[in-house]
Design a protein around this ligand. Structure first.
Ligand SMILES: C[S@@+](CC[C@H](N)C(=O)[O-])C[C@H]1O[C@@H](n2cnc3c(N)ncnc32)[C@H](O)[C@@H]1O
Length: 264
């Protein structure tokens, strides 16, 4: 097993950061982010008891969930996209992919800064492994729980990323995804069809939007993905989370899967 060493980023100010989540930091107070999960964090995490568990959070962004799980007594490892890796940006024929990539890279850098800003303010011990969700290093070692919060919608190949993490996961996987996008053409179809294993391909060619959202999933397709990977028992729960820009609660679902086929 490798030692996970992380080089904290020092000397950061709030201006160097983009806060994906609303955070409450000692000496800084509340800093508003794009999503405020504070009221329903346990529901976002499927109400799973994490005390004493070794947890891998894939796609941590500013680390809000990691720091929360750490406060609940979990031994957490954060994972996110490395600075030299490129996110799955939708390659629209319209517009400039290079420009979109550059914008995304500088946004991501500020999100990583926000992680380290909060990490320092909270005195957190959570290490980060930077890489790509498609190739999570085996050297991380086995974990009890893997958490995928609002990341699979951004991955062209969600099954590949799940397989990469779940080959290290001995007990539980927690997957949270938006149930639909407000105002989206298909806003009702996933709810109506939530017992069918379907994913809707989101990119709209004429608008060349959204930049990095590929799929809206039904809960049933997530359950089917993880069952293939050895997590044949799973439960779905529903909750809402606050989008701070729109001041609106958005519907989400969480699948909690339990490993039924032991790791080799
Ligand atoms: C929408 S944020 C989710 C933040 C948090 N997990 C939550 O539930 O609120 C998605 C995160 O996934 C990360 N991400 C996207 N593609 C990735 C990839 N291929 N490998 C690792 N992380 C990735 C992004 O960098 C970002 O931090």
């Amino acid at each position: 097993m490798i030692e996970i060493t992380t080089q904290p980023r020092e000397g950061l100010s709030i201006e160097d950061c983009v806060f994906y989540h609303t955070v409450e930091l000692p000496e800084h107070g509340v800093i508003e982010g794009l999503w405020d999960l504070r009221a329903h964090t346990d529901r976002y995490l499927g109400n799973v008891s994490l005390k004493g568990k070794r947890v891998l959070e894939v796609g941590t962004a500013g680390g809000y969930l990691c720091f929360y799980m750490e406060s609940q007594g979990a031994d957490v490892i954060a994972f996110d996209l490395a600075p030299d890796e490129v996110a799955d940006i939708v390659p629209y024929a319209r517009g400039s992919l290079a420009e979109r990539t550059e914008n995304m890279q500088s946004w991501m850098e500020k999100i990583r800064n926000a992680y380290w800003f909060s990490h320092k303010a909270k005195g957190s011990k959570v290490p980060v492994v930077y890489g790509n969700a498609y190739a999570i290093p085996e050297a991380i070692g086995e974990v009890d729980v893997a958490v995928f919060g609002a990341i699979l919608l951004h991955l062209r190949d969600p099954f590949h990323a799940l397989a990469s993490a779940l080959r290290l996961t001995r007990q539980t996987v927690i997957i949270t995804e938006p149930l639909w996008s407000r105002g989206h053409l298909f806003r009702f179809s996933l709810m109506r069809g939530r017992y069918s294993p379907v994913a809707i391909f989101v990119p709209q060619a004429k608008r060349a939007q959204p930049p990095t959202t590929w799929w809206w999933y039904s809960p049933a397709i997530i359950q089917q993905f993880i069952s293939v990977l050895g997590f044949e028992e799973s439960k779905v729960s529903y909750h809402s989370q606050m989008n701070t820009e729109l001041k609106t609660m958005f519907p989400y679902f969480t699948v909690v899967g339990q490993r039924t086929v032991p790791l080799p």
